[in-house]
Design a protein around this ligand. Structure first.
Ligand SMILES: N[C@@H](CCC(=O)N[C@@H](CS)C(=O)NCC(=O)O)C(=O)O
Length: 208
């Protein structure tokens, strides 16, 4: 049960899925509290909130718990209302937003799998799998760079959820695999990431 008046976000901002929720809460100006738990170091505490042991989770003031960043963001868009929602409700722009989010979340997941792969004990390492996961991470972000051709933001003339998730993903991947995404190959991705990271909502939610 949540005895606080504000929602509580579970997870560290090192997790890009947690960070995209935190940035979105800040962007909408929704006050929230944090429980900075790692899904790796605080397994039983995280499992008490989410039986499958993953972050983020968002505990609402009435005790209802939301899990999975996509479901949490959908809830936040509902709170914000149709005019401010960061994923369009219908039509071609919604289709494009979902495509871009599948690419960005997929590329982030590839990087997370690669990170787990490289941490296996030497005898269990699978170099070909690691190489494939890193290649797919890179290809995902290169595709996201191409999607920005001729535009500053992905689906509107201002920041929307594909911009937030992509920027959070680029910052995360550069944090864990410096050099994987070559600056010379993705100038538009670098520009949108810099534009996002300069926003107050991003600046207030740095990796921790
Ligand atoms: N689809 C989920 C993915 C969440 C996820 O993979 N979270 C990671 C941290 S970035 C986690 O909890 N990993 C711990 C584990 O899988 O054991 C979401 O969007 O919330």
């Amino acid at each position: 049960m949540n005895s606080a008046r504000n929602p509580i976000l579970i997870g560290r901002l090192l997790s890009p899925f947690v960070r995209r929720v935190a940035v979105t809460l800040a962007y909408f100006g929704i006050a929230f509290e944090r429980r900075i738990l790692s899904a790796v170091d605080h397994i039983s505490e995280v499992e008490r909130t989410n039986p499958i042991g993953r972050v983020p989770a968002l505990i609402l003031p009435d005790g209802e718990t939301l899990i999975d960043s996509a479901a949490i963001l959908d809830y936040l868009d509902g709170l914000a209302g149709a005019d401010r929602a960061l994923v369009p409700a219908t039509g071609p722009s919604r289709r494009r937003a979902l495509y871009l989010l599948a690419l960005s979340c997929g590329a982030i997941e590839r990087a997370m799998l690669a990170n787990a792969e490289r941490r296996r004990p030497q005898a269990l390492q699978m170099p070909e799998r690691l190489e494939r996961l890193l290649r797919q991470t890179r290809q995902g972000f290169e595709a996201l760079d191409r999607e920005l051709a001729g535009r500053d933001w992905y689906i509107a003339d201002h920041v929307m959820q594909p911009d937030i998730t992509t920027a959070v993903g680029v910052t995360f991947v550069r944090h864990i695999f410096p050099g994987l995404i070559d600056h010379n190959v993705v100038p538009r991705l670098d520009a949108v990431t810099a534009r996002c990271e300069a926003l107050p909502a991003f600046r207030s939610m740095q990796i921790d």
